[in-house]
Design a protein around this ligand. Structure first.
Ligand code: 8YV
Length: 333
């Protein structure tokens, strides 16, 4: 019998994923649902052929240096790979993969849920009900803003941004976007999306901003005091991507002073702690990073991890390979 590849996972995964993984590979499963310390990550990566981290792990060059020569694949459970030093992995000839696609629609649903519920003060209303603050209907009570007819600005028109755009049209929003590169004309037409060459130009014109970009050196703090000041005072911000794209202290400041009407956040700069000033604001929805938290997405993310591992072991190209930043894919020499 050939020895089965040894796979190390850093977190407890859904039961069905763990069961399938154990069928296929020699897996060291986590018994408790905690995150590993940097030392535990190093010990785990030193003892496997395939390493399966998640967003809560800081897979920096130091951790990667602890890998044994047996390691050849880092198969991330999740789409975003900003927590992995992909360039360092590449230098050590490690392949890195992620799980895009399967979580697109669920994450877009969460963004849309926030786009609908912040202007309508839904979560604030729930809080009031529970606090016994509802003493009857009134013509001027709990007024929010109509969503239909407003302009949605999407920062990052990738898979998730496009899925948000499709939903937005159903609710009568017009779609605007800014992206590192303009998307192909056919896609722009299909999404009925208006391109803005500059983020600044888009921010001044929109009523709701949905952030759907990956965290990279060029998106970190893209939304800060300066860019927030360009937004209309009665506009809203929704972030279901990565917390570090927004300067959270500047956001809290803008919200507290009425320079922004509200925000919906699923991700934070200092996970898992939102900026304390946000906790006091009624016009903010704080979600605990649940964009892909459906049974279906998490199972399919696990399947993607398995497919990538299988392809790699069988010497095929991994379907979801992540290349280091700056990798040139053009045919030009
Ligand atoms: C996951 C996510 O919760 O895929 C991502 O990038 O943020 C979420 O879907 C997380 O990454 C799991 O590792």
């Amino acid at each position: 019998t050939t020895t089965r590849p040894r796979v190390a996972v850093t977190r407890k995964l859904p039961d069905a994923v763990e069961a399938r993984m154990s069928d296929l590979f020699d897996v060291s499963l986590r018994l408790d649902d905690t995150r590993m310390s940097q030392d535990e990550l190093k010990a785990a990566i030193a003892d496997c052929d395939v390493f399966v981290p998640t967003v809560t792990d800081n897979i920096n060059a130091d951790v990667i240096a602890a890998a044994s020569s047996r390691l050849s694949l880092i198969a991330n459970f999740g789409a975003g790979t900003d927590h992995i030093d992909v360039a360092a992995a590449h230098k050590c000839s490690l392949v890195v993969t992620n799980t895009p696609g399967v979580l697109t629609e669920d994450t877009a649903d969460l963004a849309m849920a926030m786009i609908l519920s912040i202007p309508r003060r839904l979560v604030e209303g729930d809080r009031r009900m529970r606090n016994g603050e509802f003493d009857g209907w009134g013509p001027t009570h709990m007024l929010g803003h109509r969503v239909r007819g407003k302009r949605l600005g999407i920062l990052g028109m990738g898979r998730i941004g496009s899925a948000v755009a499709r939903r937005a049209h159903a609710f009568g929003l017009s779609v605007h976007y800014h992206n590192r590169a303009r998307v192909p004309a056919t896609m722009e037409r299909a999404l009925d999306a208006n391109w803005h060459e500059t983020l600044e130009g888009m921010l001044a014109e929109i009523d709701i901003l949905s952030i759907n970009a990956p965290l990279t050196p060029s998106t970190r703090h893209l939304i800060d005091a300066r860019t927030l000041a360009l937004m209309k005072p009665d506009s809203y911000l929704v972030n279901t991507s990565r917390g570090e794209i927004v300067d959270e202290a500047a956001l809290a400041e803008a919200l507290a002073h009425g320079r922004l009407a509200g925000a919906g956040l699923d991700v934070y700069e200092d996970t898992p702690r939102p900026h304390p000033a946000l906790l006091d604001l009624d016009n903010v929805i704080l979600a605990p990073h649940i964009g892909s938290a459906t049974h279906e997405s998490r199972r399919e993310m696990g399947e993607k991890v398995l497919i990538n591992i299988r392809a790699h072991i069988d010497n095929h190209a991994c379907p979801d390979r992540v290349l280091p930043p700056g990798t040139r894919l053009s045919l030009a020499s």
